[in-house]
Design a protein around this ligand. Structure first.
Ligand SMILES: Nc1ncnc2c1ncn2[C@@H]1O[C@H](COP(=O)(O)OP(=O)(O)OP(=O)(O)O)[C@@H](O)[C@H]1O
Length: 299
Protein backbone atom coordinates (compact mmCIF):
# COMPACT_ATOMS: atom_id res chain seq x y z
CA UNK A 1 0.00 0.00 0.00
CA UNK A 2 1.19 3.51 -0.83
CA UNK A 3 1.74 6.03 1.96
CA UNK A 4 1.81 9.71 1.03
CA UNK A 5 3.58 12.37 3.10
CA UNK A 6 2.33 15.78 1.94
CA UNK A 7 3.89 19.12 2.83
CA UNK A 8 1.00 21.51 2.13
CA UNK A 9 3.20 24.63 2.41
CA UNK A 10 5.93 23.41 0.02
CA UNK A 11 6.33 25.63 -3.04
CA UNK A 12 4.45 28.44 -1.26
CA UNK A 13 1.27 26.37 -1.04
CA UNK A 14 1.76 24.26 -4.16
CA UNK A 15 1.96 21.13 -1.98
CA UNK A 16 -1.71 21.48 -0.97
CA UNK A 17 -2.81 22.17 -4.57
CA UNK A 18 -0.85 19.20 -5.94
CA UNK A 19 -2.24 16.91 -3.26
CA UNK A 20 -5.85 17.85 -4.24
CA UNK A 21 -5.10 16.73 -7.83
CA UNK A 22 -3.48 13.51 -6.63
CA UNK A 23 -6.29 12.75 -4.21
CA UNK A 24 -8.94 13.18 -6.92
CA UNK A 25 -7.01 10.83 -9.21
CA UNK A 26 -6.40 8.24 -6.47
CA UNK A 27 -10.12 8.22 -5.59
CA UNK A 28 -11.09 7.97 -9.26
CA UNK A 29 -8.92 4.86 -9.50
CA UNK A 30 -10.20 3.41 -6.24
CA UNK A 31 -6.63 3.23 -4.92
CA UNK A 32 -6.00 2.19 -1.33
CA UNK A 33 -3.51 4.48 0.36
CA UNK A 34 -2.67 6.34 3.55
CA UNK A 35 -1.87 10.04 3.72
CA UNK A 36 -0.28 12.26 6.37
CA UNK A 37 -0.02 16.06 6.10
CA UNK A 38 2.95 17.75 7.75
CA UNK A 39 2.17 20.56 10.16
CA UNK A 40 5.67 21.71 11.03
CA UNK A 41 9.33 21.39 10.20
CA UNK A 42 10.84 17.96 10.88
CA UNK A 43 7.49 16.15 10.97
CA UNK A 44 7.82 14.39 7.60
CA UNK A 45 10.61 12.26 9.04
CA UNK A 46 8.51 11.07 11.98
CA UNK A 47 5.42 10.48 9.82
CA UNK A 48 7.35 8.41 7.26
CA UNK A 49 8.71 6.13 10.01
CA UNK A 50 5.24 5.85 11.60
CA UNK A 51 3.55 4.91 8.31
CA UNK A 52 6.08 2.13 7.79
CA UNK A 53 6.04 0.83 11.37
CA UNK A 54 2.34 1.17 12.26
CA UNK A 55 0.40 0.95 8.97
CA UNK A 56 0.63 -1.57 6.18
CA UNK A 57 2.49 0.87 3.99
CA UNK A 58 5.11 -0.61 1.66
CA UNK A 59 5.97 2.35 -0.57
CA UNK A 60 6.38 5.96 0.61
CA UNK A 61 5.70 8.96 -1.63
CA UNK A 62 6.85 12.46 -0.67
CA UNK A 63 4.75 15.33 -2.03
CA UNK A 64 6.66 18.58 -1.58
CA UNK A 65 10.09 19.99 -2.25
CA UNK A 66 13.65 18.98 -1.47
CA UNK A 67 13.25 19.58 2.27
CA UNK A 68 10.35 17.11 2.38
CA UNK A 69 12.27 14.53 0.30
CA UNK A 70 15.23 14.82 2.63
CA UNK A 71 13.13 14.42 5.78
CA UNK A 72 11.18 11.45 4.36
CA UNK A 73 14.34 9.62 3.25
CA UNK A 74 15.80 10.10 6.73
CA UNK A 75 12.53 8.80 8.24
CA UNK A 76 12.64 5.68 6.03
CA UNK A 77 16.26 5.12 6.99
CA UNK A 78 15.59 5.52 10.72
CA UNK A 79 12.60 3.17 10.59
CA UNK A 80 15.02 0.39 9.67
CA UNK A 81 12.51 -0.80 7.04
CA UNK A 82 13.67 -0.91 3.45
CA UNK A 83 10.99 0.48 1.15
CA UNK A 84 10.76 2.03 -2.31
CA UNK A 85 10.42 5.79 -2.40
CA UNK A 86 8.45 7.91 -4.85
CA UNK A 87 8.30 11.67 -5.22
CA UNK A 88 5.77 14.10 -6.64
CA UNK A 89 7.54 17.46 -6.87
CA UNK A 90 5.64 20.43 -5.40
CA UNK A 91 8.41 22.60 -3.98
CA UNK A 92 10.08 25.81 -5.06
CA UNK A 93 13.44 24.37 -6.14
CA UNK A 94 12.73 20.67 -6.80
CA UNK A 95 16.40 19.82 -7.32
CA UNK A 96 15.87 16.15 -6.42
CA UNK A 97 13.16 15.77 -9.08
CA UNK A 98 15.34 17.52 -11.67
CA UNK A 99 18.42 15.51 -10.74
CA UNK A 100 16.53 12.25 -11.22
CA UNK A 101 14.51 13.35 -14.28
CA UNK A 102 11.18 12.88 -12.52
CA UNK A 103 8.13 14.31 -14.32
CA UNK A 104 7.29 17.83 -13.13
CA UNK A 105 3.59 17.22 -13.78
CA UNK A 106 1.95 15.74 -10.68
CA UNK A 107 -0.32 13.29 -12.48
CA UNK A 108 2.50 12.02 -14.68
CA UNK A 109 4.67 11.53 -11.60
CA UNK A 110 1.82 9.64 -9.89
CA UNK A 111 1.24 7.51 -13.00
CA UNK A 112 4.86 6.37 -12.94
CA UNK A 113 4.71 5.56 -9.24
CA UNK A 114 1.48 3.58 -9.62
CA UNK A 115 2.87 1.70 -12.62
CA UNK A 116 5.85 0.80 -10.35
CA UNK A 117 7.76 0.23 -13.55
CA UNK A 118 11.26 1.60 -13.48
CA UNK A 119 12.95 1.56 -10.10
CA UNK A 120 16.53 2.42 -9.38
CA UNK A 121 18.86 2.28 -6.36
CA UNK A 122 20.47 5.63 -5.65
CA UNK A 123 23.36 6.80 -3.51
CA UNK A 124 22.88 9.14 -0.55
CA UNK A 125 25.35 11.26 1.38
CA UNK A 126 25.90 10.60 5.07
CA UNK A 127 27.01 13.49 7.25
CA UNK A 128 26.95 13.75 11.04
CA UNK A 129 24.56 10.79 11.40
CA UNK A 130 22.03 12.04 8.88
CA UNK A 131 21.43 11.52 5.16
CA UNK A 132 21.47 14.17 2.47
CA UNK A 133 19.73 13.35 -0.79
CA UNK A 134 21.15 16.15 -2.94
CA UNK A 135 24.21 17.85 -1.52
CA UNK A 136 26.29 18.85 1.48
CA UNK A 137 28.09 22.19 1.45
CA UNK A 138 30.66 23.84 3.71
CA UNK A 139 31.67 27.49 3.87
CA UNK A 140 29.89 30.20 1.92
CA UNK A 141 26.75 28.23 1.11
CA UNK A 142 26.59 26.74 4.62
CA UNK A 143 26.55 30.31 5.94
CA UNK A 144 23.86 31.30 3.39
CA UNK A 145 21.70 28.35 4.55
CA UNK A 146 22.23 29.33 8.20
CA UNK A 147 21.30 32.98 7.92
CA UNK A 148 18.36 32.26 5.59
CA UNK A 149 16.88 29.76 8.03
CA UNK A 150 17.32 32.24 10.90
CA UNK A 151 16.11 35.30 8.99
CA UNK A 152 12.76 36.97 9.63
CA UNK A 153 12.56 37.92 5.94
CA UNK A 154 12.38 34.24 4.92
CA UNK A 155 9.00 33.78 6.64
CA UNK A 156 7.78 37.13 5.37
CA UNK A 157 8.89 36.48 1.76
CA UNK A 158 7.45 32.95 1.89
CA UNK A 159 4.11 34.44 2.86
CA UNK A 160 4.11 36.66 -0.23
CA UNK A 161 5.34 33.73 -2.37
CA UNK A 162 8.83 35.12 -2.91
CA UNK A 163 10.67 32.45 -0.93
CA UNK A 164 13.58 32.11 -3.38
CA UNK A 165 14.36 35.83 -3.02
CA UNK A 166 15.33 35.18 0.61
CA UNK A 167 18.33 33.10 -0.63
CA UNK A 168 19.44 35.91 -2.95
CA UNK A 169 19.28 38.43 -0.09
CA UNK A 170 21.23 36.06 2.18
CA UNK A 171 23.79 35.38 -0.53
CA UNK A 172 24.48 39.09 -0.95
CA UNK A 173 24.70 39.55 2.82
CA UNK A 174 27.21 36.70 3.15
CA UNK A 175 29.15 37.84 0.08
CA UNK A 176 30.06 41.20 1.63
CA UNK A 177 31.27 39.76 4.92
CA UNK A 178 32.53 36.19 4.26
CA UNK A 179 36.23 35.52 4.94
CA UNK A 180 37.63 32.72 2.77
CA UNK A 181 40.12 30.50 4.59
CA UNK A 182 42.60 27.63 4.25
CA UNK A 183 41.04 24.16 3.93
CA UNK A 184 42.48 20.67 4.03
CA UNK A 185 40.36 18.50 1.76
CA UNK A 186 40.88 14.74 1.86
CA UNK A 187 39.18 12.69 -0.84
CA UNK A 188 39.56 8.91 -0.49
CA UNK A 189 42.79 9.40 1.45
CA UNK A 190 44.34 11.93 -0.94
CA UNK A 191 45.03 15.28 0.75
CA UNK A 192 44.79 18.71 -0.90
CA UNK A 193 45.75 21.90 0.90
CA UNK A 194 43.57 24.68 -0.54
CA UNK A 195 44.02 28.41 0.07
CA UNK A 196 41.34 31.14 0.23
CA UNK A 197 38.46 28.71 -0.04
CA UNK A 198 34.95 30.11 -0.41
CA UNK A 199 33.02 26.89 -0.59
CA UNK A 200 33.19 23.14 -0.87
CA UNK A 201 30.07 21.48 -2.26
CA UNK A 202 29.73 17.69 -2.17
CA UNK A 203 26.94 16.60 -4.49
CA UNK A 204 25.08 13.46 -5.46
CA UNK A 205 23.21 15.13 -8.34
CA UNK A 206 24.29 17.95 -10.70
CA UNK A 207 21.86 20.62 -9.53
CA UNK A 208 21.69 22.55 -6.31
CA UNK A 209 19.86 25.50 -4.73
CA UNK A 210 16.95 25.48 -7.19
CA UNK A 211 18.69 24.71 -10.46
CA UNK A 212 22.33 25.82 -10.16
CA UNK A 213 24.46 23.20 -11.96
CA UNK A 214 27.15 23.18 -9.28
CA UNK A 215 28.47 19.67 -9.97
CA UNK A 216 27.54 18.93 -13.59
CA UNK A 217 29.36 15.57 -13.52
CA UNK A 218 27.57 14.17 -10.44
CA UNK A 219 25.80 10.85 -11.08
CA UNK A 220 23.32 9.69 -8.41
CA UNK A 221 24.01 5.97 -8.65
CA UNK A 222 27.73 5.61 -9.36
CA UNK A 223 28.86 5.27 -5.74
CA UNK A 224 30.78 8.56 -5.94
CA UNK A 225 30.17 12.16 -4.94
CA UNK A 226 31.41 15.06 -7.01
CA UNK A 227 33.16 17.79 -5.00
CA UNK A 228 33.26 21.38 -6.26
CA UNK A 229 35.74 23.76 -4.61
CA UNK A 230 35.70 27.51 -5.24
CA UNK A 231 38.88 29.23 -4.05
CA UNK A 232 41.38 32.00 -4.73
CA UNK A 233 38.93 34.51 -6.17
CA UNK A 234 38.02 38.03 -5.09
CA UNK A 235 34.57 38.91 -3.77
CA UNK A 236 33.67 40.86 -6.87
CA UNK A 237 35.07 38.33 -9.32
CA UNK A 238 32.95 35.72 -7.53
CA UNK A 239 29.84 37.87 -7.87
CA UNK A 240 30.54 38.41 -11.59
CA UNK A 241 31.12 34.68 -12.17
CA UNK A 242 28.04 33.61 -10.19
CA UNK A 243 25.55 33.48 -13.14
CA UNK A 244 27.84 30.94 -14.90
CA UNK A 245 26.75 28.31 -12.41
CA UNK A 246 23.20 28.20 -13.79
CA UNK A 247 24.58 26.80 -17.09
CA UNK A 248 27.38 24.77 -15.50
CA UNK A 249 29.81 27.09 -17.32
CA UNK A 250 31.75 27.73 -14.08
CA UNK A 251 33.62 24.44 -14.73
CA UNK A 252 36.10 26.35 -16.91
CA UNK A 253 36.62 29.18 -14.39
CA UNK A 254 40.17 29.18 -12.93
CA UNK A 255 38.83 29.49 -9.37
CA UNK A 256 36.84 26.25 -9.63
CA UNK A 257 38.19 22.72 -9.11
CA UNK A 258 36.49 19.34 -8.99
CA UNK A 259 37.23 16.08 -7.18
CA UNK A 260 35.38 12.76 -7.04
CA UNK A 261 35.28 10.18 -4.29
CA UNK A 262 33.41 8.21 -1.63
CA UNK A 263 34.94 9.51 1.57
CA UNK A 264 35.40 13.27 1.86
CA UNK A 265 36.93 14.96 4.89
CA UNK A 266 36.83 18.77 5.20
CA UNK A 267 39.04 20.47 7.78
CA UNK A 268 39.27 24.25 7.83
CA UNK A 269 41.37 26.90 9.50
CA UNK A 270 38.13 28.45 10.91
CA UNK A 271 35.02 26.36 11.78
CA UNK A 272 32.81 26.46 8.67
CA UNK A 273 29.04 25.98 8.76
CA UNK A 274 27.99 22.77 6.98
CA UNK A 275 24.56 22.27 5.44
CA UNK A 276 22.89 19.07 4.32
CA UNK A 277 20.20 19.69 1.68
CA UNK A 278 19.98 23.34 2.78
CA UNK A 279 19.62 22.66 6.52
CA UNK A 280 22.47 23.37 8.92
CA UNK A 281 23.93 19.98 9.86
CA UNK A 282 27.33 20.57 11.45
CA UNK A 283 30.49 22.66 11.46
CA UNK A 284 33.89 21.60 10.16
CA UNK A 285 35.80 19.38 10.63
CA UNK A 286 33.32 17.10 8.94
CA UNK A 287 33.26 13.81 7.03
CA UNK A 288 30.86 13.15 4.17
CA UNK A 289 30.48 9.56 3.03
CA UNK A 290 28.63 8.16 0.06
CA UNK A 291 26.06 5.71 1.38
CA UNK A 292 26.16 3.57 -1.72
CA UNK A 293 22.89 2.51 -3.41
CA UNK A 294 20.95 3.08 -0.21
CA UNK A 295 17.48 3.88 -1.51
CA UNK A 296 15.16 2.47 -4.16
CA UNK A 297 13.41 5.23 -6.10
CA UNK A 298 10.49 4.95 -8.56
CA UNK A 299 11.49 6.92 -11.62
N1 LIG B 1 2.87 22.66 7.80
C1 LIG B 1 4.11 23.19 7.76
N2 LIG B 1 4.31 24.48 8.12
C2 LIG B 1 5.53 25.05 8.03
N3 LIG B 1 6.64 24.40 7.58
C3 LIG B 1 6.49 23.12 7.20
C4 LIG B 1 5.23 22.45 7.27
N4 LIG B 1 5.40 21.19 6.82
C5 LIG B 1 6.71 21.07 6.48
N5 LIG B 1 7.36 22.22 6.72
C6 LIG B 1 8.77 22.54 6.41
O1 LIG B 1 8.76 23.24 5.15
C7 LIG B 1 10.10 23.26 4.69
C8 LIG B 1 10.16 23.46 3.20
O2 LIG B 1 9.60 22.36 2.54
P1 LIG B 1 10.07 21.86 1.11
O3 LIG B 1 11.55 21.87 1.00
O4 LIG B 1 9.37 20.60 0.85
O5 LIG B 1 9.47 22.96 0.12
P2 LIG B 1 10.20 24.15 -0.62
O6 LIG B 1 11.22 24.79 0.27
O7 LIG B 1 9.13 25.01 -1.20
O8 LIG B 1 10.90 23.40 -1.84
P3 LIG B 1 12.44 23.23 -2.28
O9 LIG B 1 13.20 22.74 -1.07
O10 LIG B 1 12.40 22.21 -3.38
O11 LIG B 1 12.88 24.60 -2.72
C9 LIG B 1 10.71 21.98 5.17
O12 LIG B 1 11.88 22.29 5.90
C10 LIG B 1 9.65 21.38 6.09
O13 LIG B 1 10.20 20.85 7.27
Amino acid sequence: MLGFIVNPVAGNGRGAVVWKRLETELKRRGAVYRVRMTSKEGEAKKLAAELLQKEEVTHIVAVGGDGTVSEVINGISESGICCPFGHVPAGSGNDFARGHNLPSDALQALERILAAGKQKRIDLLRVNGQLAVNAVGAGFDGQVAKITNEAGYKRWLNRVRLGTLSYVISMLRVLVSYQPCRVMLTVDGKQEQLENVWLIAVANIPNYGGGMLICPGAVPDDGLAEVCVVSGVSRWALLRAFPLIYRGAHVRHPAVRFFRGRHIRIQAENPLVVHADGEVADVTPVTVEVARQRQVVSL
